[in-house]
Design a protein around this ligand. Structure first.
Ligand SMILES: Nc1nc2c(ncn2[C@@H]2O[C@H](COP(=O)(O)OP(=O)(O)O)[C@@H](O)[C@H]2O)c(=O)[nH]1
Ligand SMILES: [Mg+2]
Length: 449
C-alpha cells in the first residue's frame, strides 16, 4: 500500500456536510488516534464519534466509514469522515492529519490509485472527472456509460480480435514446419476489416465527444446597440447581461453555459466592437476580440431595422472567414433593405431578441454547425486522447492490410504491425501507460477525487 494521503472531498463553503478522505498505509490507525467512537471501528459500518486534536480538544462530531483494502474506491485502506460543512472545521481536520503523517493528495490521486490498483481502467478513470464536470444531461449520460465500462468493453473486444490474430501468426512462426491450422489470407483480411470497421465507428463519435466534453464556444459579435446582449439573454432565457439603449453598455465580455439540447454551449456576449475612447471600454473591446478568436462559431448580429452600415462591414471583415451565422435582429421593427449577397457563404437568420421570433431557427442553425451526432445503439463518445490512439491504430492496420493483400510479408513483420495496432488500443484502456500520460490525465481532476 502506498503512503497515506488526505484531502477535503467536498467543495469549499458552508454546507450541511463536509467530507475528509484518507487513503493508504495506516490510515485507520492514524484516524483512531483522533476519532473517538464508543464501539470498535469495523469496516463498512457508519460510526458516530467525536474528532479531537492532539491535546484532546474537540474539533467536531461526525460519522466515519472505514473501507478495508481491497474493498474501497482506491483499493487501499480508506477512511471517510463526514463532518459539519464548515471550511474552518475541514481545514483544521486536514491540518491535523497532515501533522499526523499524511500527505495532501494531488488532484485525482485517489482515482489514480484506483487505476493503479486495477479498480478502474484508464477510460473509466477518465470518465470519473468527466462525470463530475458534465454540464448537460447528454454529457452526464455519456460519462456514466464510460464509467460503467462501455467504451472499455468495445475497445477491449477490438483489441482481443487483434490478440487472437497475433496468436495465429505467432503459431505460424513457431510451428511453420508442422501441420497446425493457420488462417487463410482471406480470413486474416476479414479479421482486420472487422477491427477497422469497429475503429471507424468509434472515430465517428469523436466530434460529438469533443462537443460534450468541451462544449461549443459561441461568440456574439456586432457593433454597439444591435441587440447582442438582448440576444444573449434571449438564448439563455434569463436576464443576465445588462441591456440599455446606451452604446457601450457591455464593457466586458460575459460568459454563460447554455444547454442546447444536450450540447453545452458556452455563450459569450462581447462588448460592441468599435473605436472606443473610454479606456475601460477599449480594454473590453480588446478582450472581446480575443474571445472571438477562441470561438468555434460566431454570431454576427445586425440591426435589421437599420440595415448594414460601414461599422457593421468593418466587423464583418474580421469574422467572415470564421464559422459565422449572420443574425438579422430587431425584425419586429420592420426590415430595411439588406445587401444579403455580401454575406454569401454564411447562413442568415432573422430574429427578434425582443419578441423571441426566429430564435428556434437560430438554435437549429447553431446545432447544425455543432455537428452533433447522437447515434442510437452506440452510446459511446470518444475523447481527443482516444481519437488520437484510434487513428494511429487504424493507420497501422490499413498500411498492413494493403501490404498484406498485395505481397507476401513475413509473419515476423506482420506480428510487429499487429502488435503496434494492439498497443495503441491498449493505451486507451491503460494496458500500457507512461507516467506522462497518467500525469496529464489525473492533473485535470479535482483534489479529493
Ligand atoms: N425592437 C427591438 N429592440 C431590440 C431588440 N433587441 C434589442 N433591442 C433594443 O436595442 C437596444 C440595444 O440592445 P442591447 O442588447 O443592449 O445591444 P448591444 O449593445 O448589442 O448589446 C436596447 O434598447 C434593446 O432593448 C429587438 O429584437 N427588437
Ligand atoms: Mg451589450
Amino acid at each position: 500500500m502506498k503512503d497515506p494521503i488526505v484531502a477535503i472531498a467536498t467543495p469549499f463553503g458552508e454546507s450541511a456536510i463536509g467530507i475528509i478522505r484518507l487513503s493508504g498505509r495506516g490510515v485507520i490507525d492514524i484516524t483512531k488516534k483522533f476519532f473517538k467512537t464508543r464501539s470498535e471501528i469495523k469496516p463498512r459500518l457508519a460510526h458516530y464519534g467525536t474528532l479531537v486534536d492532539e491535546s484532546g480538544d474537540v474539533i467536531d462530531e461526525g460519522v466515519l466509514i472505514y473501507y478495508r483494502a481491497p474493498k474501497s474506491y482506491t483499493g487501499e485502506d480508506m477512511v471517510e469522515i463526514s463532518l459539519h460543512g464548515n471550511p474552518l472545521i475541514l481545514k483544521k481536520t486536514l491540518e491535523l492529519f497532515l501533522r499526523a503523517g499524511c500527505r495532501l493528495a494531488e488532484p485525482g490521486e485517489f482515482t489514480k490509485r484506483a487505476f493503479l490498483n486495477g479498480k478502474l481502467d484508464l477510460a473509466q478513470a477518465e470518465a470519473v472527472a468527466e462525470l463530475i464536470s458534465a454540464k448537460t444531461e447528454l454529457a452526464r449520460r455519456a460519462s456514466i456509460r464510460q464509467l460503467k465500462g462501455e467504451l472499455s468493453r468495445y475497445v477491449n473486444s477490438l483489441r482481443d480480435s487483434l490478440l487472437e490474430l497475433s496468436a495465429y501468426i505467432e503459431a505460424d512462426i513457431e510451428f511453420s514446419e508442422e501441420d497446425i491450422p493457420t488462417l487463410t489470407k482471406e480470413q486474416v483480411l476479414s479479421m482486420i476489416d472487422k477491427v477497422l470497421e469497429g475503429i471507424t465507428q468509434l472515430l465517428k463519435t469523436a466530434k460529438t465527444g469533443k462537443l460534450l466534453r468541451e462544449g461549443m464556444k459561441l461568440a456574439i459579435v456586432g457593433r454597439p446597440n444591435v441587440g447582442k446582449s438582448s440576444l444573449f439573454n434571449a438564448l439563455l432565457k434569463e436576464d443576465r447581461a445588462i441591456v440599455t439603449d446606451i452604446e457601450g453598455t457591455t464593457r466586458d465580455y460575459i460568459e454563460e453555459t447554455l444547454n442546447l439540447r444536450g450540447v453545452p454551449v458556452v455563450l459569450v456576449d462581447t462588448a460592441g466592437i468599435r473605436e472606443a475612447k473610454d479606456p475601460v471600454e477599449r480594454i473590453g473591446v480588446e478582450r472581446s476580440v480575443r474571445k472571438i478568436e477562441e470561438a468555434d462559431v460566431v454570431l454576427f448580429v445586425l440591426d435589421g431595422s437599420e440595415g448594414v452600415g460601414d461599422e457593421d462591414l468593418k466587423i464583418y471583415e474580421k469574422v467572415k472567414d470564421r464559422e459565422t451565422i449572420v443574425v438579422v435582429n430587431k425584425i419586429d421593427l420592420g426590415e430595411a433593405p439588406l445587401p444579403l449577397e455580401i454575406f454569401e457563404g454564411h447562413s442568415i437568420i432573422k430574429v427578434s431578441a425582443l419578441t423571441g421570433h426566429g430564435l428556434k431557427d437560430l438554435e437549429e442553425e447553431i446545432l447544425k454547425k455543432a455537428g452533433l451526432v447522437v447515434q442510437e445503439g452506440l452510446n459511446i463518445y470518444v475523447s481527443v486522447r482516444h481519437e488520437e490512439l484510434l487513428r494511429k491504430s487504424k493507420e497501422v492496420l490499413e498500411r498492413f492490410r494493403t501490404r498484406y493483400e498485395e505481397e507476401d510479408i513475413s509473419p515476423e513483420i506482420a506480428m510487429l504491425d499487429i502488435r503496434e495496432a494492439t498497443d495503441y488500443l491498449g493505451e486507451i484502456v491503460g494496458h500500457i501507460t507512461t507516467e506522462d500520460v497518467l500525469g496529464s490525465i489525473f492533473s485535470r481532476f479535482c483534489i479529493g477525487k
